[in-house]
Ligand binder design. Structure first.
Ligand code: NAD
Ligand code: DAU
Length: 346
């Protein structure tokens, strides 16, 4: 079972897995289809693998429907992505974060536990945001104390702790990964990189929070998918693994890079540089200053390293959004417009 498989990383993971020769099984994708869940992300997979890819529209907070799916499909492993994932939304309306990220994870753990020895692995996909914020120096390690700062990261921290508790108390076979910022195809354009790409293409202001010097450690989504699959196959039960991209970059630098790449490959009809659209706006409350991951454990124990450089990954991503005109147009007809108006006023 993959939960949240119609979202950004979940859909990339299903795509990665079903085309991977190491995997010959069946995937049951359980997704509530919130604003962030888009079945279009997997239309081709659903068409090409009708027996091996099955979609179930289920809210993980609905324990009855969830248990029915576990029994019907004889679920022996879960890769758990389903979550409310956007920090700004958790500041405006934290309730759904508490429900999905905490109660939903609890439901999954309870049902997996009730399967007894038939259940083989619960892989919990989590975030580096549980560790809080770094100063100018240092990296997040697996033993860094948890200090979540937003309702989103607090709810993810709670879910990590639940997984750990089920592992220690009930012997749940579980692994956890805490990953840095992902980017790539199929990301909902509320997140920095696709938001900047689409605003720049439309000639709309590009909002940069605060002084633009906050740092994230960027990882191409396919590298994250490979890390998860490596951990699921070869990781030690009970262990946590940090996943990062070795690509610490200030937000403003990324925004400028996107503007420059677009000016090069798809110049504005006005002839103006996209950098003129950059607009410094009010900072995000509680905005974490810097994230950076030490992934030595994953590298030394499981031989994983990121393969995509930020420069090549960013170009691939921009080209993807330029080519996927229909996907982009369809996204814009949904919740996207309402969110952009509420958050940015346009
Ligand atoms: P996303 O918002 O793109 O997708 C979330 C998916 O979960 C959507 O398909 C949505 O419909 C589904 N979902 C939400 N609530 C649900 C519910 N109650 N029941 C069933 N399905 C539900 O998120 P994403 O960026 O793909 O992130 C996936 C996971 O990875 C999350 O757990 C997130 O915390 C974690 N993560 C994300 C990043 C990142 O940079 N995006 C980095 C590290 C970890
Ligand atoms: O670190 C992993 C986390 O990365 C994941 O757990 C989250 O699910 C994911 O959303 C992401 O969180 P961030 O808050 O870091 O991502 P976001 O794209 O929202 O913002 C990236 C940085 O860009 C952050 O410093 C805030 C800034 N930003 C963001 C937006 C949307 C802006 O300056 N302007 C914007 O309009």
């Amino acid at each position: 079972m993959v939960t949240g498989g119609c979202g950004f990383i979940g859909s990339n993971f299903i795509r990665y897995l079903i085309g991977n020769s190491d995997f010959s099984g069946r995937i049951i994708n359980v997704d509530k289809l919130t604003y962030a869940g888009n079945p279009e992300n997997l239309t081709d997979i659903a068409r090409s693998f009708p027996g091996r890819y099955i979609f179930q529209k289920i809210d993980i907070c609905d324990a009855v429907k969830l248990e029915k799916a576990f029994l019907e499909y004889d679920i022996d492993a879960v890769c758990h992505f389903a979550a409310e994932s956007h920090v700004d939304r958790s500041i405006k309306d934290p309730g759904s974060f508490i429900q999905t990220n905490i109660v939903g994870t609890f439901n999954l753990l309870e049902i997996a536990k009730s399967r007894g020895d038939e259940f083989q692995l619960f892989h919990h996909v989590s975030t580096d945001e549980v560790y809080g914020s770094l100063g100018a120096e240092g990296l997040f390690r697996e033993d860094t104390p948890y200090r979540p700062n937003s309702p989103y990261s607090a709810s993810k921290a709670a879910s990590d702790h639940l997984v750990r508790a089920y592992l220690q108390t009930f012997g749940m076979p579980a692994t956890i990964s805490n990953c840095s910022n992902n980017y790539g195809p199929y990301q909902f354009p509320e997140k920095l990189i696709p938001l900047v790409i689409l605003n720049a293409l439309e000639g709309k202001p590009i909002p940069v929070y605060g002084d633009g010097k906050n740092v994230r450690d960027w990882l191409y989504v396919e590298d994250h998918c490979r890390a998860i699959w490596t951990i699921m196959n070869n990781g030690n039960t009970g262990e946590t693994y940090n996943v990062g991209g070795n690509a610490e970059i200030e937000n403003i630098v990324i925004v400028q890079m996107i503007c420059d790449i677009l000016d090069e490959i798809s110049p504005a009809t006005s002839g103006k540089s996209r950098r003129e659209l950059i607009s410094f706006v009010k900072d995000r409350p509680g905005h974490d200053r810097r994230y950076a991951i030490d992934f030595t454990k994953l590298k030394s124990e499981l031989n994983w390293s990121p393969q995509e450089s930020f420069h090549s990954g960013l170009r691939k991503t921009i080209n993807w959004y330029l080519k996927q005109k229909k996907w982009v147009e369809n996204i814009k007809t949904g919740d996207y417009q309402a969110w952009m108006k509420e958050q940015y006023g346009s």
